[in-house]
Design a protein around this ligand. Structure first.
Ligand code: HEM
Length: 214
């Protein structure tokens, strides 16, 4: 890895470690969180991706950011199916935003609507993460909860590693001035922090389900 893709990874490495160390995702993977906690995470994802993918629909026309928009990444249909499985037909009435999710979706609305580099920052943090740790998390969640995990399956992406390579080439080729690349990296760090805040709130709301962890 070279160029801006490497710089972006380095600039967010600490934030990534902090995201991992919130512990909520690993507790979920171990089945140590009640299913309501898993459903709450899926609900937050639904609200976040609804905003991100709405921004993607607008950014498709942008000559630079448009290259990142790809229907094969879209998570909203999978999240709707997962919520239907977890919460039943009335799922839409049961999805509630945590305070941290409100802050995240507000930021998405502000940073992605008109600012292509801001959109790319948020796109990178979510989708490249989904194609990395997310692909390892999926099977663990499936064995712990049995249902509601289609979010972690990318039917349209046969080779995630190859997809990420092309994605990083696209990051390396961004035609932005160094200051704009710095702003993009700073926005990616903010995106990480917003994710960390959501995971921390979920961790606080859903402490260990010792019975199922035993
Ligand atoms: C238990 C939690 C997590 C684990 C075990 C994990 C694991 C990983 C691993 C192994 C990679 C490297 C994949 C590769 O080199 O191709 C990776 C990359 C990445 N992860 Fe995570 N991750 C976790 C949480 C998160 C969270 C919460 C986010 C953000 C919402 C995230 C975003 C990313 C991104 C953007 C990358 C790509 C970095 C780059 O190469 O530029 N991860 N993750």
């Amino acid at each position: 890895m070279t160029g801006f893709a490497l710089e972006l990874r380095k600039a967010t490495a600490t934030a990534h470690r902090d995201a991992e160390s919130t512990g909520f995702l690993s507790r979920l993977a171990a089945g140590a969180v009640p299913v309501a906690g898993f459903a709450a995470l899926v609900s937050q994802h639904y609200l976040i991706y609804r905003e991100l993918e709405e921004a993607g629909a607008r950014m498709r026309a942008d000559p630079v950011a448009g290259a990142f928009v790809d229907a094969a990444l879209d998570r909203l249909p999978a999240l709707e199916a997962d919520l239907r499985e977890l919460l039943g037909r009335g799922w839409a009435g049961e999805v509630t935003a945590l305070p941290a999710t409100v802050r995240y979706t507000d930021r998405l609305r502000g940073a992605c609507a008109e600012w292509p580099a801001g959109f790319i920052a948020h796109h990178y943090v979510r989708y490249l993460g989904d194609l990395s740790g997310g692909l390892m998390l999926g099977p663990a969640l499936r064995s712990s909860y049995g249902t509601g995990t289609s979010f972690y399956v990318f039917d349209g992406i046969a080779d995630p590693r190859g997809y990420k390579d092309v994605y990083r080439e696209r990051l390396d080729a961004l035609p932005y001035a160094p200051e704009e690349l710095d702003r993009l990296a700073a926005e990616a760090a903010i995106a990480y922090q917003l994710n960390i805040d959501v995971l921390r709130e979920l961790g606080r709301d859903f402490p260990d389900d010792l019975a199922s962890a035993a």
